[in-house]
Design a protein around this ligand. Structure first.
Ligand SMILES: Nc1ncnc2c1ncn2[C@@H]1O[C@H](COP(=O)(O)OP(=O)(O)OP(=O)(O)O)[C@@H](O)[C@H]1O
Ligand SMILES: [Mg+2]
Length: 440
């Protein structure tokens, strides 16, 4: 009997215990991804699936890849070897471990490489591959992704990604968690609490981190995006909101008016995002009901979002550039929204120092803000990330850094500036005049 025969017989007998969180990934798909915090079982699951696929299909070729791989020690090779041993798979079943590669049934192969060692030419050697598994994919560069995606092109081939999220604008996050996610993708989130084998050593470390390193705990252990702490304008304010129970179920008050604050981006895929916060002013507090963000969409798409979420009665509040003409449509956002039958107001130009005025307004008002958890997560990510750009040499701040988070942060700044300036609060912040009376 040949090696494959034995392997396939073994398949029938082999029971692979699997965490249920990964179950969707067992279905066929061109793109498969799992993201989450430390110790969630991502590497173990994909290593087992790799071996399973090689048992089931003769002559399969796979690559385990990372952005940089200085030595095989950094690769998944050792983990795959451990799995082979655990499953009792060896030469008799067609698996043989070599120094650099693992041979698999029917002259198949698993190899281990760093993407930075590849050039546009050398990457062509991967064209016949069936599986590419990118480990630590949060560090995978846009260049690597652009090289790899078209190269893995064999019929039935699959690209796998495992990662601990770092920033929403990391290429893997943009590809698999953003609006451009391919249709043929299955992506799951896993965490320590979905890992049935979460080891007690890691549990001790996790608890320690939760108690002593609260700032980084969410990122390391719960799969949240990293936050900038030095120079982050609102990170601590958002943490306070969480601690004080101000992030939760927040519903609209049907008796109060709705306000939608916009930051206007462009209509090309390379342009800035358009962000919208939907809020209500309730006495001395703000209820944040919803957040929307889109890149490179036509204006109609934003209006559709407004309508389909029942915000068409809301007042649309635009930044002062809402009066400038859009290059593509030759129409101002203000008139576009008015023509769509919406009620529009444009905020006055705040002039120099506007960005810092918004930052101050947010910091001042934040203790009175409540967020609806499910619908505002993307906006809160932006607020938590929004930070100061620094000149490291001169060690001075250069004002807010302009990146993916600026749009959400600017629009939220407008909410708070407008809240402070609202007409029924006209006395706020005005100097108090005194009349002095002398005693003769
Ligand atoms: N299928 C499994 N069988 C046995 N043990 C497992 C399995 N999955 C996970 N574990 C246990 O959980 C631990 C964490 O799993 P794993 O290393 O796969 O997590 P990870 O999500 O890749 O974490 P990291 O982000 O640290 O790379 C492993 O060291 C192992 O002890
Ligand atoms: Mg891992």
């Amino acid at each position: 009997m040949n090696a494959f025969g034995r392997a396939s017989r073994f398949v029938a007998n082999l029971i692979i215990e699997t965490a249920s969180v990964f179950r969707p990934l067992l279905e066929p798909a061109r793109y498969k991804g799992a993201y989450g915090g430390r110790g969630s079982g991502k590497s173990h699951f994909f290593a087992e699936m790799m071996i399973e696929d090689h048992m089931l299909t003769k002559g399969m070729r796979s690559i385990c890849i990372r952005e940089v791989q200085k030595s095989l020690k950094e690769s998944a090779k050792r983990l795959l070897e451990d799995k082979l041993e655990k499953f009792g798979l060896g030469e008799a079943n067609g698996f043989k471990v070599f120094r650099e590669v693992i041979q698999t049934p029917g002259d198949g192969l698993i190899s281990f490489q760093g993407m930075q060692d590849h050039t546009a030419d050398s990457v062509k050697s991967l064209e016949g591959y069936d599986r590419a598994w990118v480990e630590e994919a949060q560090s995978f560069s846009a260049r690597s992704l652009e090289l790899l995606r078209p190269t893995i092109r064999k019929e039935g081939s699959q690209l796998w990604f495992t990662w601990n999220p770092n920033r929403p604008d990391d290429p893997v996050d943009k590809m698999l968690r953003g609006p451009l996610c391919p249709a043929d993708a299955i992506v799951v989130q896993a965490n320590w609490n979905t890992n049935p084998w979460f080891p007690s050593v890691l549990e001790a470390e996790r608890q320690d981190s939760q108690a002593k390193d609260a700032d980084r705990y969410g990122h390391i252990w719960e799969g949240e995006y990293a936050r900038v702490f030095e120079g982050a304008y609102f990170a601590s304010h958002l943490e306070a909101a969480e601690r004080e129970g101000r992030i939760g179920d927040v519903a609209a008050d049907p008796l109060l008016s709705l306000r939608a604050y916009w930051d206007i981006g462009g209509t090309s895929s390379k342009s800035d995002a358009t962000a919208i916060w939907v809020v209500q002013f309730v006495g001395d507090a703000i209820r944040v009901l919803d957040y929307y963000e889109a890149v490179g969409q036509p204006f109609d798409a934003h209006v559709n979002w407004v309508r389909s979420n029942g915000y068409d009665k809301a007042e649309m509040i635009l930044p002062h550039d809402g009066k400038t003409h859009d290059k593509v449509y030759k129409v101002t956002p203000q008139s576009f929204l008015r023509d769509a039958g919406l009620n529009v107001r444009t905020m006055p130009n705040q002039g120099a120092g506007a960005a810092m005025r918004r930052v101050e307004a947010v910091r001042r008002i934040m203790p009175s803000v409540r967020f609806n958890r499910d619908t505002t997560a993307g906006g809160r990510d932006a607020l938590a990330w929004y930070h100061e750009k620094r000149d490291a040499v001169r060690n001075i701040g250069l004002g807010p850094d302009h990146d993916w988070s600026s749009h959400g942060a600017d629009a939220f700044g407008a909410v708070c500036v407008d809240f402070i300036d609202r007409p029924d609060q006209a006395a706020w912040g005005k100097p108090i005049r005194r009349k002095f009376k002398g005693v003769a």
